[in-house]
Write a protein that binds this ligand. Structure first.
Ligand code: ADP
Ligand code: MG
Length: 702
């Protein structure tokens, strides 16, 4: 940043010490530069008139010109409102006021032409403008050039002190009077700007604050979005390159007998195209002499386990051991079961370790492991504890949602020498591509985006309380066919007592409807002792109970193929990705499965949208895209504490294409000029040096 932008904000014309203090406290604006780089959140565009026919729900605020055709008071009490009908030569639109009804009714004249400004609202696909500004058309406003004003984020305190958007605009004006284009040097090479048709940096900054028309604004915003995403991608790719240079790994040269024998004799089905592709990616990683750090994303049921297993066989073929770690005891046991079944007859030793393996069994296991008599170790986090010593661990797989913390990673890495083991992280929480590129931009990511053939879609149905009897009847039918049913209740900390009460009441109501001895019901929630929970789970697993009443503890992993129905209570209280994870507990066998989403009758628009998304699709990637649009990137599961997703202007929900371009260009630049030495890359290098210093200590770990 050049000198001018480092000036304390206090010295800007019209600011002074008092206002400077407010700006610092409320908005973190300390310098001229801070002011410059806080962009408007929206704009008031009165430079053009929209035609009514062109309006749509996402258009935001618009100015229209039309004749007021009708004005009536509708409704009573709190719903009393004034409704006007505005017509232009393309169509008609409702204007609605809930306050000042009497006064407005007198002031507005039917038959007169008005300039109307306001935010378009959509209710059941009917557009209207609530509380629009109204100005009768006259000689003056016909002449006047319309305003195009930026609106800045503000706070009540700032507004009270007169530091509103208007004041901000005055400050921006003073700032641009002080500034020279040289104060914000270009940080992108000319060939980028030409190719992408983007304005210069100074021009973009000027026009994002002072647009003259929509095209200019759009170009300015695109330029600033691109710049923001490009430097982040450049940084992530640099981290990745550095790590690949620095961290050597075992080289698995061959794919040998175990792999081939398994592939040819044991594999009970044809791999999907996606599974084959991912296996190839992993094989390539394992043969390069660099430690693998790969994330494997795949929807529930997409067949990640088999890919994990076959990767382990490659390790074993090269004389190494492998381990697989799961977040809970039950999940670990299920993996142990299915993997033991898969490799039966292959002359491989598979062992299980968790906190519950104790005494002599544990001692023997640890001895066998250290002496290389165990090929595959499966278990919980107990695997990375101190006393667990491998003879030669070559590959570690983790099956869980979250990436390792620093400490855990260090523990895992110490399990082998001279290099750390290769690491494969499997996650069943699909995240949208744009997010993956950002959150995991420094990792290698594989995606299984195809389900094994013959899977039946889980039929998802939305029901309200009125239909509870019908739902119970449906449960009875499924149980009569020998199937099992989950009934899931929300439980969150803030309302835990009430939630547990609901769960208990639901359990009792079900017990009356499904009485013993004909029916048996399990109940599981997070407040139970682990042993009790486990006992109940096992009963359901063994089909001794037909109904499992539970909170979201069943969300991850458990596999009960005989469960074909899930009833989710208070669906509106669950997030989309959570609902999808829950639903993934059914549909695991060959039978048609069902998911019933129970909710109250009255729902917010967002809840409706979530439920409709669940009803519409079974695809986890579609669902995560919808979630991203609904809630924004910072609120998706697993991204909560990520400062990485805070952008000044880019929006991962909307700017996927810009991001893709930014990443591709960053890759290309680093490929042909890794240290940014070429003259035409100097603008990038100058800026990136500063950028990476700021980002230090902030990099991500796997
Ligand atoms: P997830 O990705 O959720 O961990 P799993 O690996 O548990 O999925 O696989 C789900 C089920 O699909 C398992 O029963 C597995 O045997 C089966 N499966 C995996 N791959 C295929 C395939 N290519 N064809 C048919 N069935 C498959
Ligand atoms: Mg799995």
């Amino acid at each position: 940043m050049q000198h001018t932008l480092k000036n304390p904000i206090e010295y800007l014309k019209g600011v002074g010490p008092k206002r400077a203090e407010m700006l610092q406290k409320e908005l973190g604006i300390f310098t001229f530069g801070d002011l410059l780089f806080q962009y408007p959140t929206r704009y008031i565009d009165k430079t053009q008139f929209h035609r009514i026919v062109d309006l749509h729900p996402d258009i935001g605020s618009v100015q229209i010109k039309g004749v007021l055709r009708r004005l009536t008071v509708a409704g009573t009490g709190r719903k009393r409102r004034l409704v006007g009908k505005l017509r232009d030569d393309s169509g008609a639109l409702d204007l609605v006021w809930f306050t000042g009804v009497q006064w407005l009714e007198k002031k507005l004249e039917v038959g007169k032409e008005y300039v109307v400004y306001g935010r378009v609202n959509a209710f059941k696909n009917i557009l209207s403008i609530p509380h629009p500004e109204m100005e009768a058309v006259n000689a003056q406003n016909q002449q006047r050039r319309g305003v195009f004003d930026p609106v800045y984020p503000s706070t009540e305190k700032l507004n009270a002190k007169g530091l509103d958007s208007k004041a901000r605009r005055r400050m921006m004006k003073s700032l641009f009077e002080k500034m020279q284009p040289g104060d914000v040097p270009e940080n992108l090479p000319a060939y980028f700007l030409e190719k992408l048709k983007l304005p210069q940096r100074y021009e973009a900054l000027l026009r994002v604050h002072f647009p003259r028309n929509q095209e200019e604004l759009k170009a300015a915003r695109n330029r600033l979005k691109f710049e923001e995403l490009f430097f982040l991608q450049l940084h992530l790719l640099q981290l990745k390159n550095k790590r690949q240079k620095a961290i050597k790994g075992f080289t698995f040269e061959q794919v040998g007998a175990y792999f081939h024998q398994f592939y040819e004799d044991k594999l009970p089905f044809e791999l999907t195209g996606a599974q084959k592709r991912v296996l190839k990616e992993i094989r390539r990683d394992l043969g390069r002499g660099v430690q693998m750090n790969r994330l494997l994303q795949g929807d529930v049921g997409s067949g990640k386990t088999i890919v994990g297993l076959m990767s382990m066989l490659i390790a074993i073929d090269n004389g190494f051991q492998a381990c697989l770690m799961a977040p809970t005891e039950i999940l670990a046991q299920q993996h142990y079961q299915s993997i033991s079944d898969y490799v039966e007859g292959l002359d491989l030793q598979v062992a299980f370790l968790s906190g519950s393996v104790k005494g002599r069994a544990r001692r023997e296991l640890l001895e066998d492991l250290a002496e290389g008599r165990i090929h595959i170790l499966i278990g919980t986090h107990a695997l990375i504890e101190e006393p667990v010593v491998f003879q030669n661990l070559g590959l570690a797989i983790t099956d869980e949602q979250h990436r390792f913390g620093v400490k855990q990673r260090a523990k895992l890495w110490k399990k082998s020498s001279p290099y750390p083991p290769h690491v494969l992280v499997m996650t069943a929480t699909p995240i949208p591509r744009t997010l993956a590129m950002t959150l995991y931009g420094d990792l290698d990511v594989s995606v299984i985006d195809e389900l094994p053939p013959g899977r039946k879609e889980i039929k998802t149905i939305h029901q309200t309380e009125h239909h509870r009897l019908k739902v119970m009847g449906f449960m009875k039918q499924e149980i009569a066919k020998g199937r099992q049913v989950y009934v899931v209740y929300p439980l969150i900390e803030e309302s835990e007592k009430l939630d547990l009460k609901n769960l208990q009441e639901g359990y009792e109501a079900l017990s009356r409807e499904f009485p013993p001895p004909e029916y048996q019901i399990s109940i599981v929630h997070g407040r139970m002792k682990p042993d009790d929970k486990d006992f109940e789970m096992q009963r359901f697993l063994r089909n001794e109970t037909q109904i499992m009443v539970a909170t979201t503890v069943i969300e991850v992993g458990v596999n009960v193929p005989n469960a074909t129905m899930m009833v989710i209570e208070n669906t509106e209280r669950f997030g989309l990705s959570q609902l999808h994870q829950l639903r993934g507990r059914v549909g695991r066998g060959g039978d048609q499965s069902y998911c019933i989403l129970m909710s109250s009758f009255k729902l917010s628009n967002e809840s409706k949208e979530r439920i409709q998304t669940m009803v519409r699709t079974n695809n986890g990637f579609d669902i995560s895209e919808a979630d991203l649009k609904l809630r924004g990137p910072g609120n998706l599961q697993g991204t909560e504490q990520s400062g990485m997703l805070q952008f000044r202007i880019a929006d991962l929900a909307k700017d996927g294409r810009i991001l893709q371009t930014a990443r591709e260009l960053a890759m290309r630049v680093l490929e042909d000029d890794p240290s940014l030495e070429r003259p035409h890359h100097h603008p990038i290098r100058w800026y990136y040096d500063k950028y990476s210093k700021k980002r230090k200590g902030w990099s991500y770990i796997s």
